[in-house]
Write a protein that binds this ligand. Structure first.
Ligand code: ASP
Ligand code: MG
Length: 429
């Protein structure tokens, strides 16, 4: 008997029939003697529908008054979900009570549409649990110090669930979703991708931030900070499969590295097409130049990812970096207006047709030669590497976008991640 948090995503809550299934699954856990807290998302498509309505009544604006109302509006999706799920549990004969974020309360700062959780009061939840009720808490939302409703950013109910699990010191937080776990890479790109039965928290962070969009990245950060045992699993298994089987399915995000010792050095291949490359050619090679360029970019609140500076010739060098593709135009603008006038070069080149491919694995810490194996696999495919960046547990390359899938497949194979049998049950709905 343990305190368990379940989180159900939008697809799992997508229809009244699916909500009845969620209720049956939760009821099964209750009957097995567990204390249950459930954090659902809005029914699939609902948040988009609500935000679409906002666009119909008024043009998008960024001021606080508008953002406040967007949160007031978007938070209703989850309120519908919790009410329906509580009713469905009652129909199963299970006592249950639902709460909006402000009723718990889940306190956040006042950054509307991207608020951060500051604290979660546990008294009310604990007394309901003690009274034998399932407690259902709306994901994605909270309340600021002045009583305004806030939301946590798209995909934020993952973070709600992990934060609730941390506050209650739950034994485990199970994230039920429409994939059956975390894969070595996206099975749509590599059909031979395998589900990982465990992945370390640090690897997950790298994979989540690089496009393996299983969990909202903040939820992973939260789980790491508060050491919340986290499992990602499918909500499409029959609700009545044995609990022991269900509890061991999916992917467990672990904190211990020892278990991984005998496993592969590289755990997964991540990739994204979200970046663009900007180069400034012929900049003087003297102290302060990197600061002059990237300082201006940082002042404009633009995040820089991979950076490369070449060997200089005749006191001149080339300087390149990547930014999010959405920030590309703004970055070039900042360079032209703030940097070029003082730099003595106006040769700015950009490339939006790039992608970043990374190998990720905590095993890389204790093994040498991993990066060169990566470069060899890419060269055998004739893929040119434009930029490289490394960290303890990851090596990333920037390459031409048109070779992305080829690179991912080649690396997946080179690091022995391929399954013998294609993952037919990739779990994509
Ligand atoms: N309903 C919100 C969204 O669609 C939060 C979530 O699903 O996690 O972004
Ligand atoms: Mg989600």
């Amino acid at each position: 008997m343990a305190l368990i948090v379940h989180k159900y995503g939008g697809t799992s809550m997508g229809s009244t029939e699916r909500i009845r299934n969620v209720a049956k699954r939760v009821a099964k856990w209750v009957r097995a003697g567990h204390q249950m807290v459930v954090v659902p998302s809005a029914m699939s498509g609902e948040t988009n529908r609500l935000l679409g309505l906002a666009k119909e009544v008024a043009p998008a604006r960024h001021d606080e008054a508008v953002q406040r109302e967007l949160d007031m509006l978007a938070s209703t999706g989850e309120q519908v979900s919790v009410g329906l799920l509580a009713l469905a549990l009652h129909a199963e004969g299970i006592p249950a009570v639902s709460y909006a974020g402000w009723q718990v309360p889940i306190r956040t700062n006042n950054a509307y549409t991207k608020a951060r959780i500051e604290s979660i009061a546990d008294e009310r939840v604990r007394s309901d649990l003690a009274a034998g009720k399932v407690v259902i808490i709306a994901g994605f939302q909270g309340v600021d110090d002045d009583g305004h409703i806030t939301t946590l950013g798209r995909g934020g109910s993952d973070t709600s669930a992990v934060a609730v699990a941390a506050a209650l010191k739950a034994a485990e937080c199970l994230i039920y979703t429409d994939v059956d776990g975390v894969y070595t890479t996206d099975p749509r790109v590599v059909p031979e991708a395998r589900r990982l039965s465990t992945v370390s928290f640090e690897e997950m962070l790298e994979m989540a931030s690089m496009g393996s969009k299983v969990l909202q990245i903040r939820s992973v950060e939260f789980a790491g900070k508060y050491q919340v045992p986290l499992r990602v699993l499918s909500s499409f298994t029959p609700w009545d499969i044995p609990i022991a089987e269900e509890a061991a399915s999916g992917t467990l995000i672990t904190f211990e590295e020892d278990e991984k010792m005998e496993q592969a050095v590289v755990s997964g291949i991540a990739f994204n097409r979200d970046e663009a490359k900007v180069s400034i050619l012929g900049v003087p090679d003297r102290p302060g130049i990197a600061y002059q360029i990237l300082g201006a970019v940082a002042d404009a609140n633009i995040e820089v990812d991979v950076i490369i500076q070449n060997v200089s010739h005749d006191g001149k060098t080339d300087f390149s970096f990547t930014v999010h593709r959405n920030e590309y135009a703004r970055t070039v603008d900042v360079l032209k207006t703030k940097v070029v006038p003082t730099l003595g070069t106006d040769r700015i080149e950009g490339d939006t047709k790039i992608c970043k491919v990374s190998i990720v694995g905590i095993g890389m810490r204790s093994h040498v030669g991993i990066a060169s194996k990566m470069f060899r696999a890419l060269s055998e495919e004739g893929i040119n590497i434009q930029m490289i960046s490394t960290s303890e547990i990851k090596t990333s390359v920037v390459i031409d976008e048109k070779y992305m899938e080829l690179a991912v497949r080649a690396l997946h194979k080179a690091f022995d991640l391929d399954l013998d049998q294609p993952a037919a049950a990739a779990g994509k709905s």
